[in-house]
Design a protein around this ligand. Structure first.
Ligand code: AMP
Ligand code: MG
Length: 341
């Protein structure tokens, strides 16, 4: 059994025509396959023409970012780094450099739970392989030293990346979607679109509102895939989920998913779904992956210093806990016992 690219957060939309002030506005929804998922835009605009122009600009921008970061494009910055950075310094674009630099900072802040050098061992956990088998302990032990963000050597002046370990690789899968969602909302705003949702594979940011009421999204249950809660979002807020049901394979009755615990080299245990809300989608993305690895206790401790970051956690037994500050904004559709912390 295998599954890729399920969305964990979905926009909940009702009417398509809004009355904003006196002028009638229309809600446009358009999706396009990009960055290995479907990017969905919801745009409130005066005319179809304006919405089409704005959405095209966003899709072009996302395609541009994909060309910089995709590991499947051999000309991308990330592919060039992975090919050459063990032998020499590789100069990358300012955007790629910034993302790598912030990734390393997140590694420091999360005690190494977030680590883009996971890519050094990702081939051992290829959930896409029809003949998937978990790697042996010996193989994993041999590969684990490659996974360490301290192998990444950055030179800010030269904007260069080098690897201190000859077999280390990086991948920005845990942060790139959040980044491009944020860039997309900024682009829409610069084009005069104030009310919008950008969603890429469950990473989502909203701007403005839906005719004066908050944009509302649905949170998916990690096993039944039903919507279990609706969450009202403030303008500018981002919401991102990392889940063990997005990309995984079941082998001998055990679930092997796509988020690696850098300490063990195994798929992280202890969480089934981690949803993060905060103003910055890139940070929400990076933190959702980090908290998934860290588990509840470490996440709660981390959050003590970050009142601007809110979470809904679902553990493998489907027990739900959530930030107290979300009370009143999250509506559970079925009776759900929630540990508010
Ligand atoms: P997300 O869906 O944002 O949680 O990102 C998961 C993706 O990030 C995976 O498919 C991998 O590409 C990558 N990844 C896996 N484990 C880690 C980790 N510990 N730190 C950073 N990136 C990771
Ligand atoms: Mg992430």
């Amino acid at each position: 059994m295998r599954n890729y690219g399920h969305r964990a957060i979905i926009p909940l939309l009702c009417s398509a025509v809004l009355l904003a002030g006196c002028a009638q506005k229309v809600v446009f929804r358009i999706g396009r396959p990009l960055v290995g998922t479907i990017v969905n835009l919801t745009i409130v605009a005066e005319s179809e023409e304006k919405a089409a122009k704005a959405s095209q600009a966003v899709f072009d921008e996302i395609a541009r970012i994909e060309r910089l970061l995709s590991p499947y494009d051999e000309k991308s910055d990330i592919s060039r780094v992975n090919r050459n950075a063990a032998a020499k310094e590789v100069i990358v674009s300012a955007e790629t450099f910034g993302l790598i630099e912030r990734s390393v900072k997140t590694s420091d802040a999360t005690g190494g739970a977030f680590d883009i050098t996971f890519a050094s061992i990702a081939h051992l956990w290829n959930y896409r392989d029809p003949n998937f088998r978990p790697p042996s302990d010996a193989v994993l032990r041999g590969a684990l030293p490659l996974l360490n963000y301290r192998h990444i050597v950055l030179d800010e002046k030269k904007r260069s990346v080098r690897f201190a370990n000859p077999r280390t690789k990086i991948g920005l899968g845990a942060i790139a979607k959040g980044y491009l969602v944020g860039r997309s909302i900024a682009l829409l705003r610069s084009m005069g679109v104030t009310d919008a949702i950008v969603e890429a594979g469950g990473d989502l940011q909203v701007s403005g509102s839906r005719d004066g009421s908050p944009w509302t999204v649905g949170l998916i249950h990690p096993r039944t895939r039903n919507i279990i809660a609706s969450i009202a979002l403030e303008s500018g807020e981002a919401i991102v989920t990392s889940g063990d049901y997005e990309r995984f394979v079941i082998y001998s009755g055990k679930r092997y998913h796509h988020i690696i615990d850098p300490k063990t080299g195994h798929p992280a245990e202890g969480m089934a779904s981690v949803t993060v809300l905060c103003p910055d989608p890139e940070e929400a993305d990076a933190l959702a992956t980090s908290f998934f690895v860290m588990g509840k206790e470490r996440t709660v401790r981390f959050l003590a210093g970050r009142p601007d970051v809110r979470v809904v956690l679902i553990d493998p037994e489907m027990k739900v806990s959530a930030s107290k500050s979300l009370r009143g904004r999250v509506t559970f559709l079925e009776e759900t016992a929630v540990d508010w912390f």
